[in-house]
Ligand binder design. Structure first.
Ligand code: CTP
Ligand code: CA
Length: 224
């Protein structure tokens, strides 16, 4: 890692990273979201920066201090994250989707606060746009890395995600039972077409450095 002096494994490469959760509005005071502290994504951004990359970080709401990246874009909903990513993806060499994007969003946000007049109620949900899948399908696509958070069958789901969305790499972590989310430490199973590796339990900052090195290696190997 050589900092900003034009050296480092990712010197001169524009890297687009998403981080944190998204918030899908139910009404003006309520939303649906995912558990995500943003720590892993921000650590990946710092690690890419340390390797000389030009880093663009698109972030959902987190409690973290804004990092020193080249461009920092804050968004709330999956639709906003989609727009921010699509406006930038084709100008980037690498895309790393660490964000915990909501898979569903309310069909329509109520314009006014919903009152508790009913004993039971339902919220109609519709699928959000698949940001990762859309990036991977671009004609001029960046080297595309997806994340997977799974409670079970980690390696199988990771390989399925890799193949299903034609990704260049998937980094998967086990969540639940105190793992993942707000924790400082984590472990990753990383796979790509033709290989995989395990990054053992370590602080997220350390994991992010190892992951970024792997990404740089694969990025060069595929001649992206
Ligand atoms: N992702 C995305 N857009 C969405 C949903 C997810 O870009 N609307 C991205 C995340 O940023 C992450 C990856 O998809 O990089 C994996 O998310 P995950 O929830 O594990 O996969 P899904 O494809 O949403 O499938 P499922 O939730 O059924 O496991
Ligand atoms: Ca999902």
């Amino acid at each position: 890692a050589a900092g900003r002096g034009g050296t480092g494994l990712l010197a001169g490469i524009r890297v687009l990273i998403t981080a944190g959760p998204t918030r899908e509005p139910i009404d003006p005071v309520r939303y649906i979201s995912n558990r995500s502290s943003g720590k892993m994504g921000y650590a990946v951004a710092a690690a890419a920066l340390a390797e000389g990359a030009e880093v663009v970080l698109v972030s959902g709401p987190t409690a973290l201090p804004p990092p020193q990246v080249h461009e920092f874009v804050t968004v709330e909903s999956a639709a906003e994250m989609y727009a921010a990513v699509m406006a930038r993806a084709e100008s980037c060499g690498i895309y790393i989707g660490t964000a915990a994007v909501a898979d569903y969003t309310p069909v329509a946000a109520a314009p006014q606060k919903i009152k508790k007049t009913l004993a039971e109620t339902q919220i109609a949900l519709t699928r959000t746009p698949d940001i990762l899948g859309t990036v991977a399908g671009l004609a001029r696509r960046p080297f595309t890395v997806g994340f997977a958070a799974e409670t079970h069958d980690l390696e199988n789901y990771a390989r399925q995600k890799l193949a299903g969305k034609a990704l260049d790499m998937v980094a998967a972590n086990q969540v639940g039972q105190g793992l993942g989310f707000d924790a400082e430490d984590n472990a990753l199973f990383v796979c790509w077409p033709g290989g995989d590796t395990r990054l053992p339990f370590a602080p997220k900052r350390r994991l992010a450095e190892q992951l970024v090195r792997l990404i740089a290696e694969r990025y060069r190997a595929t001649g992206s």
